[in-house]
Write a new protein. Structure first.
Length: 118
């Protein structure tokens, strides 16, 4: 088994699609559709990689990014959003994101970014 990955995405169908895709590529994947559930998973697990939607129903991906990095400073974080403006990208990188990807996301391209961290 490769890296333990957390996916936080409020679009349930897209979230499950990414989870299945990365699981088939030998990653251990856990997912959440909101910040509250994501924070619970972070408290119970040590993730090596987090793929976070910027806009969630309860908190932002930046807030989750900060929790992931405070628990595991070596964790890699990819922030995703369909609102791909420069301000969000700059804020994500300034907050410690290792990559920023605008939706729509091609799963193969996401996999390439993840493999680039190894």
């Amino acid at each position: 088994m490769n890296k333990k990955i957390l996916i936080v995405e409020d679009d349930v169908v897209f979230c499950k699609l990414l989870t299945r895709y990365l699981t088939k590529n030998n990653f251990e994947v856990m997912d959440a559709q909101n910040g509250k559930d994501a924070l619970e998973l972070i408290n119970l697990n040590n993730f090596e990689l987090a793929i976070l939607d910027y806009r969630l129903p309860d908190i932002t991906g930046i807030e989750i990014l900060e929790k992931v990095k405070s628990k595991n400073p070596q964790a890699k974080v990819i922030l995703i959003t369909r609102y791909g403006d420069q301000d969000v990208a700059v804020k994500a990188i300034d907050s410690g994101a290792d990559a920023f990807i605008s939706k729509p996301i091609n799963p193969d391209e996401l996999l390439e970014v993840i493999q680039g961290f190894e």
